[in-house]
Ligand binder design. Structure first.
Ligand code: PRP
Ligand code: URA
Length: 209
């Protein structure tokens, strides 16, 4: 079974409170979503493999650690996932970025895939799927289905706010992947929104609606 972790560092909790506040405008929302993603990236990359290399310091020859060259792909679920990409790229600037377009039918809450564009060597990459919201889990499950269908095997899912229903569904559908969230909220309301949540992440990031 993959890992499940709530990354509740005080800085993350503080910044998440600003995102949750309905008075926070688009500019601040965008900046802070990326700042939280940046802090989460530090934790979700903790088990990246290292190798030994020999270098010379100004003082002596020594053995030191270097990332073992596992290539990374960041895959945001459109639209809202885009709001986490830059924050992660700040720590992993060489990562490639794939995109999976998914929208939830507002009545049925069933996700629909409308776009998939991934790095050609996705099967060889450590993939971080990012989406601020995990509600029913439908979008994440379908995005990971799409990735696995194209050969990805090493996948981690990273979100900001999740509902217990979504976490359960995602872990049942894809027990092999690690799941990281900045907050595990109370549940879903009758419209499928996370409670207390932060509203519609895509609309708040892009200033739509
Ligand atoms: C939101 C969110 C997730 C999805 C979560 O996207 O960004 O992708 O809903 O809900 P689920 O877990 O019930 O599937 P939305 O469909 O609103 O599209 P958007 O990002 O384009 O706004
Ligand atoms: N998608 C969102 O953007 N917000 C929610 O609360 C649920 C799904």
């Amino acid at each position: 079974m993959g890992k499940f972790q709530v990354l509740d560092h005080p800085l993350i909790q503080h910044k998440l409170t600003i995102l949750r506040n309905k008075k926070t405008g688009t500019k601040a929302f965008r900046e802070i979503a990326n700042e939280i993603a940046n802090l989460m990236a530090y934790e979700v990359t903790r088990d990246m493999p290292l190798e030994d290399i020999t270098i010379e310091t100004p003082v002596t020859k020594t053995t030191a650690k270097k990332l073992a060259g596992k290539k990374v792909a960041i895959v945001p679920i459109l639209r809202a996932g885009i709001g986490m990409v830059d924050g992660i790229l700040q720590l992993i600037p060489a990562a490639k970025v794939g995109h999976i377009g998914m929208y939830r039918d507002e009545e049925t809450l069933v996700p629909h895939e409308y776009f998939v564009k991934l790095p050609a060597d996705i099967d060889q990459r450590q993939v971080f799927v990012v989406d601020p919201m995990l509600a029913t889990g439908g979008s994440a499950i379908m995005a990971i289905d799409a990735l696995k269908k194209r050969g990805a095997t090493n996948i981690k899912f990273v979100c900001l706010v999740s509902a217990p229903e979504g976490i359960k569904a995602l872990r049942e559908a894809h027990p092999d992947i690690d799941v990281y969230t900045a907050a595990l909220d109370e549940g879903l309301n009758e419209d499928g929104y996370i409670v207390p949540g932060l509203g519609d992440a895509g609309d708040r990031l892009f200033g739509t609606r």
